[in-house]
Write a protein that binds this ligand. Structure first.
Ligand code: SF4
Length: 176
């Protein structure tokens, strides 16, 4: 069953942690505009919050916070053999967001990370650059864009699915 975590809705994050270097990114400004009174806490690096030891995933899931960050590297990963590529060659995945506002009991995200907070990487354009670089070396690519999250559930806040779809429009050898 797909259920929202207790404090449902993307406008209900009580805290929004923002990396210093993410503050000036246009996507950060667009996301923050969606909140009437955002409680912003500046941080040096998202891992200082997200990877903090002794967090309780289940309790935190009921009071999720948002973390806006800049991903430095590794924008693409090879799809693991145990995951379905539906017969496509060159299966990759990209994780521009980590964790989900839903709380499906069967989801592998439960407890995958130490934190239940949601990380959004605001430099989506860097993901696009790396996809283009890889596409130049391949005949085709099959890319999972929502691997560690549910991007559509966050679409009202991020618009990332729309941007990925637009990105595919003149890249016929890319399937997302
Ligand atoms: S990622 Fe998918 S399966 Fe997991 S909690 Fe979100 S909606 Fe449910």
């Amino acid at each position: 069953m797909k259920r929202l975590s207790k404090r449902s809705g993307v406008d209900s994050f009580s805290r929004i942690y923002v990396e210093n270097k993410a503050l000036e990114y246009p996507r950060t400004k667009e996301i923050l505009k969606k909140f009437k009174h955002p409680n912003i806490i500046e941080i040096d690096h998202y891992k200082n919050v997200f990877n903090r030891p002794r967090q309780n995933f289940v309790r935190q899931k009921a009071f999720q916070n948002l973390i806006l960050a800049v991903k430095d590297d590794s924008f693409l990963y090879e799809g693991p053999d145990i995951c379905e590529s539906f017969g496509n060659d060159n299966f990759y995945y990209a994780s521009a967001a980590l964790n989900c506002i839903y709380d499906c009991h069967y989801c592998y995200l439960q407890g995958m990370y130490q934190s239940a907070n949601i990380v959004i990487f605001v430099n989506l354009e860097d993901f696009f650059v790396e996809v283009d670089e890889r596409l130049n070396k391949l005949d085709s690519m099959y890319l999972s864009i929502s691997y560690d999250t549910d991007l559509l559930a966050l679409e009202g806040l991020l618009g990332y699915s729309k941007d990925w779809i637009n990105f595919t429009k003149d890249r016929e050898n890319l399937t997302i």
